[in-house]
Design a protein around this ligand. Structure first.
Ligand code: HEC
Length: 444
């Protein structure tokens, strides 16, 4: 079934432009308006997707700001900004062995080796935004879901992808079953499909009462899907319905099952994050915080800690068992780098930068170069940091005036082609406070 009913295209474009408008509005939010105590801050737009490494030490996030960021969860630092896509990055997957995949509204998938500035490979074929990625349990196959109505299975060793094209509407989510023998896809077309990956190739079609936005598979084989009606539906691997729980009044857009199988987290477009007790099929608690809507949820291997990413560009850490926010800055091993500047407005503004930039001459580069000795230095000359070619070609010397200008007009305008995610500081006072703070804190 390869029907590409053109009547559906406007619907897809409407959804997409609504998302892009939302992203544009949020990118323009002044940094100073954010909460004072940061979690993982670095994106210049809503955090759209999250993936956590098997050892729980690192994570990767992607954003409407067209970047992905690799994080150290132990140091609360951004280690690399991955910039390749020309539009929102909707999906990420960790491939193991220091590799990751990102996919975006540009319909492309980029395969990365950490530390390298450019992708190793780019997978092309989808003809509309890609909105979900997942990797098979054996690490050999990457699955992508797209608004072109298809799912593609890409052999990571290379070769042509298998195209699963039975859905008649946008495919919004994909998950491999824990045994790796089947793939589940969910769509606006009121169905989930369970595709056997060997033997008979015809999928089990599970009709559903609502359009579906997200899917997760548990380690015991159970499947959870999130619906536009605000409900989480449970399915068996065979496709039988196995219960449902109302997560909230608005569509569920992201879903995760804790590794131990006890909890399901379901994020809603307008509401909070529902934590569902899977055994009793009841709503255990609702996480309410800033940064709504929440676009992404992911559990750490401890099955307790939940990361959420949402509209205020910040990644938050929650204790899903108690519903409380965990503030990583308070437990950071190296201590809060800005503690010495308590009460300084400029230091508060710098909380938006601290994940990526250190200040002292003895501190290493993070995802961005150290800002030690920044004033009077020519752009892209900090020693030991691999700047983008775009930045190296610019003729700027960093002064209080040029740094202030950078965040008045935004890095994309002032330093086109930069890898730094877009962000602006709207208030003149906040820009002044930031550069005064930098003058003190970056002196060599
Ligand atoms: C998500 C990570 C990230 C965040 C957050 C971030 N930056 Fe950057 N920044 C970078 C990267 C990456 C570069 C290098 C860009 C390139 O090579 O294209 C950079 C470059 C810079 C430069 C130019 C440095 C030089 O030596 O030429 C300055 C100045 C700067 N950032 C200041 C800031 C300030 C101030 C903030 C907070 C308001 C901030 N950045 C937030 C990642 C970030």
């Amino acid at each position: 079934m390869a029907s590409r009913d053109s009547a559906k295209a406007p619907c897809r474009d409407r959804g997409r432009s609504a998302l892009l408008t939302l992203a544009a509005v949020l990118i323009a939010l002044p940094i100073g308006a954010m909460a004072a105590v940061a979690q993982l801050r670095g994106h210049g737009g809503p955090v759209r997707a999250l993936a956590i490494s098997a050892d729980g030490q690192s994570a990767i996030s992607s954003s409407f700001d067209s970047t992905a960021i690799r994080w150290s969860l132990t140091r609360n630092a951004a280690e690399q900004v991955l910039r390749f896509h020309s539009d929102a990055v909707n999906a990420v997957a960790l491939l193991g062995e220091g590799r990751a995949a990102t996919a975006g509204a540009d319909g492309r998938i980029a395969i990365w080796t950490f530390g390298k500035a450019e992708p190793d490979a780019v997978l092309e074929g989808h003809t509309a935004p890609i909105v979900a990625l997942t990797v098979s349990p054996d690490g050999a196959t990457l699955a992508s879901a797209s608004w072109d109505h298809t799912v593609r299975l890409w052999p990571l060793a290379g070769g042509t992808p298998r195209v699963l094209d039975e859905h008649t509407q946008n495919v919004n989510g994909v998950a491999f079953t824990a045994d790796g023998r089947a793939l589940v896809s969910v769509s606006y077309d009121l169905s989930a499909r369970i595709w056997p990956l060997s033997g008979a190739q015809t999928p089990t079609v599970v009709p559903m009462p609502t359009p579906l936005n997200a899917v997760a598979a548990g380690s015991d084989g159970e499947i959870a899907v999130g619906g536009a009606d605000g409900k989480v539906y449970f399915l068996t691997v065979g496709g039988a319905r196995a219960g449902e729980v109302a997560a909230g009044p608005r569509p569920v857009i992201s879903i995760a099952i804790s590794p131990d199988g006890s909890m399901v987290a379901a994020a809603g477009i307008g509401g909070a994050v529902a934590v569902i007790d899977r055994k009793t099929r009841t709503l255990a608690r609702t996480l309410v915080g800033p940064g709504l809507p929440v676009w992404s949820v992911a559990f750490l291997p401890d099955s307790r800690t939940l990361l959420t990413g949402g509209a205020d560009n910040i990644i938050r850490r929650w204790n899903a068992a108690t519903g409380e926010l965990v503030d990583p800055l308070l437990v950071e091993t190296a201590g809060d780098p800005l503690a010495a500047y308590a009460g300084d407005r400029g230091a508060e503004v710098f909380r938006a930068c601290v994940a990526c930039h250190t200040l002292g001459a003895d501190q290493a580069n993070r995802a961005g170069p150290t800002l030690a000795g920044i004033f009077g230095r020519r752009i892209a000359t900090a020693p030991g940091y691999k700047f983008s070619e775009a930045l190296k070609r610019l003729d700027i010397v960093w002064t209080p005036e040029t740094v202030s200008k950078l965040f008045e007009v935004g890095p994309q305008v002032y330093t086109p082609g930069t890898k730094m995610p877009e962000q602006r500081i709207g208030s003149e006072q906040d820009r002044a406070a930031l550069v005064q703070f930098l003058e003190r804190a970056t002196k060599r």
